[in-house]
Design a protein around this ligand. Structure first.
Ligand SMILES: [Zn+2]
Length: 364
């Protein structure tokens, strides 16, 4: 049996409103009503809703699946200590349901396993199906119950020697419709240009990476409200990924071009009004714990600092169905010693991290 949690008190400037207030955490929930005897754990800082890594793989290592609960938890702890108190897992080959009830770990919204065609994704990660099996596979992942289904939209086709779409339009329409009918949303991995038209027309809910987005597609995406998770710290691996791909020169050249265009295209997406969220793509080629780097990268690419912070905090929480720091909300917050809207580098120096009403990280 565990002892009841003591109540906590934080005083600081609460974002995004910017008002200085007293917050209390009792039983894992926030209240603005004074709680006698609450322990003051921070006073005088800036209080931000827990950060969000909206594209993260707790369950993947550079060489394949993570084995064992301790190793999974270690990845999630690294994300948590960087401030990511909510993670949208964007596809993992292992069952992470045992992580969901652990009070020491960030909240995780699952997407089940990647859906790809045979030989058209990283080996061992996805479920491989042909297009006519895609709707049933999407239904199976939706029933798995994480709230999201992850599709691989394009990947290198070694017969062509370049990126190419995986799915015909009719299979995409049917798969997305099936997932939506079961209440799940659909996230799609896409690097290049060609796959995007059919994916957007099929009604996917989020474009992951999205380095091929430009022109008319921007308006189509903005009109539909389709989200973009640009994973800039992951996209910065593109030149390294193709460094040794001399067997496929067209592919290598394409990936370098997509990398070079990623930031101007992201800025254009922002200006078109597309909702943008912070995701690191941690797990494969990216270390866990880099959500602050991604938020800074969004800002450096052209989002105003407050919008970049929102993309990795309150706006992303709202998109994923969690409230900000309102009365009765889950007590997931971070205190910083200075205003992160004025200087995002402060994200690397939290004063306190409070998850489910408990201080989980007191930096030295
Ligand atoms: Zn990913």
């Amino acid at each position: 049996m565990t002892a009841p949690e003591p109540a906590l008190h934080v005083r600081g400037v609460v974002l995004p409103d910017g008002e200085e207030r007293d917050l209390y955490a009792v039983g894992g929930r926030l209240t603005y009503e004074r709680v006698r005897g609450a322990e003051t754990v921070a006073r005088g800082g800036w209080v931000v809703p827990g950060l969000v890594d909206a594209h993260c793989h707790v369950g993947i290592l550079p060489d394949g699946p993570v084995g064992g609960l301790d190793a999974l938890a270690a990845q999630a702890h690294t994300d948590r200590d960087a401030g990511a108190l909510l993670i949208r897992d964007c596809g993992v080959p292992v069952d992470t349901r045992l992580l969901l009830d652990r009070p020491d770990l960030p909240r995780i919204i699952r997407a089940g396993r990647h859906l790809a065609r045979p030989k058209r994704y990283l080996r061992g990660l996805g479920i491989e199906v042909e297009p006519e099996q895609l709707p049933a596979a999407a239904e199976e992942q939706a029933r798995y119950g994480g709230g999201w289904v992850k599709l691989v939209g394009d990947w290198i086709d070694r017969d062509v020697g370049d990126l190419a779409p995986l799915w015909p339009a009719d299979a995409l329409h049917a798969a997305v419709a099936r997932a939506h009918a079961l209440g799940a949303r659909v996230a799609v991995h896409v690097f290049g240009e060609e796959a995007l038209g059919d994916l957007l027309a099929a009604g996917v809910d989020s474009v992951e990476h999205g380095t091929g987005l430009s022109g008319d597609l921007l308006d189509a995406m903005a009109r539909r409200g389709t989200a973009l998770v640009p994973t800039l710290v992951g996209v910065d691996n593109f030149p390294g990924i193709v460094g040794g791909a001399s067997k496929y020169p067209a592919y290598a050249q394409r990936m370098r071009r997509l990398h070079a265009a990623a930031r101007p295209r992201l800025r254009a997406a922002y200006e078109a009004g597309i909702p943008i969220y912070a995701g690191t793509d941690a797990g494969g080629g990216v270390e866990h714990g880099r959500v602050g780097d991604e938020i800074r990268a969004l800002h450096a690419a052209g989002l105003p600092a407050e919008r970049a912070l929102a993309a990795g905090s309150w706006a992303a929480r709202s998109w994923l169905g969690l409230p900000g720091l309102v009365e009765g909300a889950p007590a997931d917050l971070i205190v910083y010693p200075a205003d992160p809207r004025a200087d995002l580098s402060v994200l690397a120096q939290p004063t306190r991290i409070v998850l489910r009403g408990r201080v989980v990280h007191r930096p030295r």
